[in-house]
Design a protein around this ligand. Structure first.
Ligand code: ADP
Ligand code: 3PG
Ligand code: MG
Length: 407
């Protein structure tokens, strides 16, 4: 599957100043230190490509959702981590636009790497303000804009949309890889394609469930999402997290599924037959396995049960492709991470199965689980919302505005 936008390989960048939009919106721990650097590591191929071509590289990104300047969300520590990962000096400028940026970038030697301060210190960023975008483009002195922040291309912001009016704009290598891997799995998968869905809410993921009904051969549902499906089917889920206002949505999903597979709908949409419950959610909570028709009023379903894990593992064993979004239980507590961990293991050892993992919490989970920093899987997406929207088949504004491939 080829990408329909021009990339850094299509334009003459040698020796030029380039403006790279990265998504360095990395998770931070309680002390505001970087807790996972996947998004920084994932930006290295593009940066290394540009370094080889003698470019002066000016990088922009956001971090968090600050309201104005917020020292805890400065990109300074990202510049330090990037320097370590690249093995090169990275200059940090504590402004995003203005004289200081203009002068320091101009004075920087030809192959410098410069990271500018958090775009979201300026309200104009999220407002997709054209003057702000124009000023970033001008002050950076760049000849090309390179969009490599896959995680943010579902937003139409100044640095993802408006900016492309002021510089010829192409994709970086991460954006190209993310787009190609995810789109290929959805449109031309090695079959059978098994979709595994979980996580918190049906309502967050209607678009992607509908798309899976169209393209997948089997859909396995776990997590709190499964509770909502089971409640729709008439099971009593005690004190479990579920949504009570999704019956029309689920009805429509079943109608579409029946149209596709007829009476085999319960083999197509596979729900848990048992769940792991507890009466509390804490580090002291212990799992108890119960069939889905035997959940007491004070019990909370926090993971798929052991029999369901077995069923899932057998189904996965024959998959050509597995696309997974949403943890299968309350995986923040290891007691309720069994389903997600077992699925991770299957995907990690089944080297013939293409495994695509999307969603912020799901990616966080597999990265913590995997001793190979995610390399045990075919692709762990750096995009949360962006990967979900792409899987759902939506057009992403930050991709649409890039230059089309020349015919
Ligand atoms: P992603 O970010 O990967 O798209 P979601 O945000 O939809 O995934 O879901 C992850 C969240 O769902 C986690 O915080 C997890 O604790 C929660 N979750 C999953 N299963 C359950 C459950 N059975 N009960 C309560 N919360 C659950
Ligand atoms: C993300 O983490 O999903 C992206 O960086 C976008 O961030 P946002 O949800 O704050 O727009
Ligand atoms: Mg999430």
């Amino acid at each position: 599957m080829s990408f329909y936008k021009q990339t850094i390989r299509d334009v003459p960048l040698d020796g030029k100043t380039v403006l790279v939009r990265a998504d360095y919106n990395v998770p931070l721990d309680e002390d505001n230190h970087i807790s996972d650097d996947l998004r920084i590591r994932a930006s290295l191929p593009t940066l290394e490509y540009l370094i080889k071509r003698g470019c002066k590289i000016v990088i922009i990104s956001h971090l968090g959702r600050p309201e104005g300047r917020d020292a805890a969300l400065s990109l300074q520590q990202v510049s330090e981590r990037l320097a370590v990962l690249l093995g090169r000096n990275v200059d940090f400028i504590d402004q995003t636009i203005g004289d200081k940026v203009r002068q320091l970038v101009k004075r920087a030697p030809s192959s410098s790497i410069i990271l500018l301060e958090n775009l979201r210190y300026y309200a104009e960023e999220e407002a997709n303000n054209t003057d702000f975008a124009k000023q970033i483009a001008e002050d950076s002195g760049a000849r090309y804009f390179i969009q490599d922040g896959f995680g943010v291309v579902h937003r139409a912001h100044a640095s993802t949309d408006a900016i492309t009016a002021y510089l010829p704009s192409v994709a970086g290598l991460l954006l190209e890889t993310e787009y190609t891997r995810i789109t290929e799995a959805m449109e031309r998968p090695k079959r059978p394609l098994i979709a595994v869905m979980g996580g918190a809410k049906v309502s967050d993921k209607i678009g992607i469930i509908e798309r899976f009904v169209e393209v997948a051969d089997t859909i396995i549902i776990g997590g709190a999402m499964a509770n909502t499906f089971l409640a729709y089917k008439g099971f009593s889920l005690g004190a479990s997290k579920l949504e009570t206002d999704q019956n029309d949505t689920i009805k429509a999903i079943y109608a579409a599924a029946e149209k596709k597979v007829g009476h085999k709908v319960d083999e197509f949409i596979v729900l848990p037959t048992d769940v792991a419950v507890s009466t509390s959610i804490s580090h002291l909570s212990r799992r108890k396995n119960v069939p889905i028709n035997d959940v007491d009023n004070d019990e909370i379903a926090l993971d798929i049960g052991d029999a369901t894990i077995e069923t899932m593992t057998k189904l996965i064993a024959d998959a050509g492709t597995v696309v997974w979004n949403g943890t299968l239980g309350y995986a923040e507590l290891s007691e309720f991470a069994h389903g997600s961990a077992r699925l991770s293991l299957s995907l990690a050892v089944q080297s013939a199965t293409t495994s695509i993992i999307g969603g912020g919490d799901t990616a966080d989970f597999v990265l913590k689980w995997d001793a190979q920093e995610g390399r045990s899987f075919t692709h762990v997406s750096t995009g949360g919302g962006a990967s979900l929207e792409l899987m759902a088949g939506k057009k992403l504004p930050g991709i649409e505005c890039l230059l089309d491939v020349r015919k």
